[in-house]
Design a protein around this ligand. Structure first.
Ligand SMILES: [Zn+2]
Length: 367
């Protein structure tokens, strides 16, 4: 069976919709073509020349990278920078490059899911929940078709609120219309004023499902001209956004917790703020650069904040209220390769999907 880049891309966009990426990010297919046939896939945290060579050796013509190799527009491709050389080499070797980054960070089953499982953190929600990512559909359906349209919308992904599914608000009223000579009205006759008993259906849905929701509405609604409104709503989604907040089942003292963290995540070292003397139960975490999360972690009463790329002055923010821990950028995100691989493995059984074995961590530790 032939598998194309677009088949992989559409699955990856189910795992992490592109529109959930941060505005500064550059995700999706950045090199190659959607119609390219896939041989094998290599998943990496970063892209460099070693990863391209590994990809060639493993006969992979699609690399899925967590960190984008391209952030800014490029004016020339002459091989003077690492990113230019990687892109030239990828093009020369017909290797497509797909980026899945902050969109994976935002998803409940994304970057933080495996870390939480590993550290046995029971997640309560995300540290910075996103808003403005939900939409509301209002539509008017003849009463006898309301159930069919409503169920189709539910099946397409509308009506989910936290642990509740099939949520909608409905009321009956009377719709009026008169079609001109070019129309074929489902009820009534063209050129004649018509009144029809209709149900007004209201449902919410995640904004990335807009196209499928509209397609479903038009295909399940009997009218030639479907009457509907779609609004952006500001509601917060507590399970979508950056970072996590949660707790471990057994309290630990701070030094035991650091040993636990170091052993489970196989860290050679970590940096931390002075011990507060309190036990660790509630945990806040942001994989990658997360210094912006310290205040929020304190506000949410976490006992420890785990992240990376923290500066000297960030550690002062602890003020004996929280233990701040820097585990390293690469170390905090290294499991994303496994998350993407295990997701794709379930969908595509006939191709080989590898986690890169290249050590792309540019930070080395000297003891
Ligand atoms: Zn990162």
């Amino acid at each position: 069976m032939e598998i194309l880049v677009k088949d992989i891309a559409s699955q990856l966009e189910c795992l992490a919709p592109i529109e959930y990426a941060e505005s500064y990010d550059n995700v999706g297919l950045i090199v190659g073509s959607y119609d390219q046939k896939i041989k094998n896939i290599l998943i990496t945290l970063d892209l460099n020349e070693e990863v391209i060579v590994e990809s060639i050796n493993k006969k992979c013509n699609l690399i899925i990278s967590f960190h984008p190799i391209l952030f800014k527009p490029i004016k020339s491709l002459i091989g003077e920078t690492l990113s230019e050389r990687v892109i030239i080499s990828a093009i020369r070797n017909s290797i497509a490059i797909y980026i899945i980054h902050t969109n994976l960070d935002s998803m409940w089953e994304g970057t933080h899911s495996y870390l939480s499982k590993l550290l046995k953190i029971h997640r309560e929600g995300v540290l910075f929940p996103r808003k403005g990512i939900l939409k509301k559909l209002t539509t008017y359906v003849p009463i006898s078709y309301a159930k069919k349209v409503r169920n189709s919308l539910f099946n397409a992904g509308a009506g989910n609120i936290s642990n509740y599914s099939q949520c909608s608000y409905n009321f009956d009223g009377v719709g009026t219309f008169m079609g001109n000579e070019k129309t074929k009205p489902f009820f009534g006759k063209k050129g004649m004023f018509h009144m029809e008993k209709e149900t007004c259906i209201n449902v919410i849905f995640p904004s990335h499902k807009l196209n499928i929701i509209k397609k479903t509405l038009f295909s399940s609604h009997p009218y030639e001209e479907v009457s509907y409104e779609i609004y952006n709503i500001e509601n917060i989604n507590p399970y979508l956004g950056i970072g996590i907040i949660g707790s471990i089942s057994e309290k630990m003292n701070e030094s035991d917790f650091l040993i636990y963290l170091k052993n489970i995540m196989n860290l050679s070292c970590l940096r931390h703020s002075p011990f507060t003397g309190r036990e660790i139960k509630k945990i806040a975490m942001i994989a990658g650069s997360g210094s912006f999360g310290i205040e929020e972690a304190i506000k949410k009463k976490a006992n420890v904040f785990i992240s990376s790329d923290l500066k000297y002055h960030d550690f002062f923010k602890s003020e004996n209220k929280i233990l701040i821990v820097d585990i390293g950028h690469y170390e905090s995100e290294k499991y994303t390769k496994y998350i993407v691989k295990s997701f794709l493995k379930k969908k595509f059984v006939h191709i080989s999907i590898y986690e890169s074995e290249s050590d792309t961590n540019p930070v080395k530790y000297f003891y």
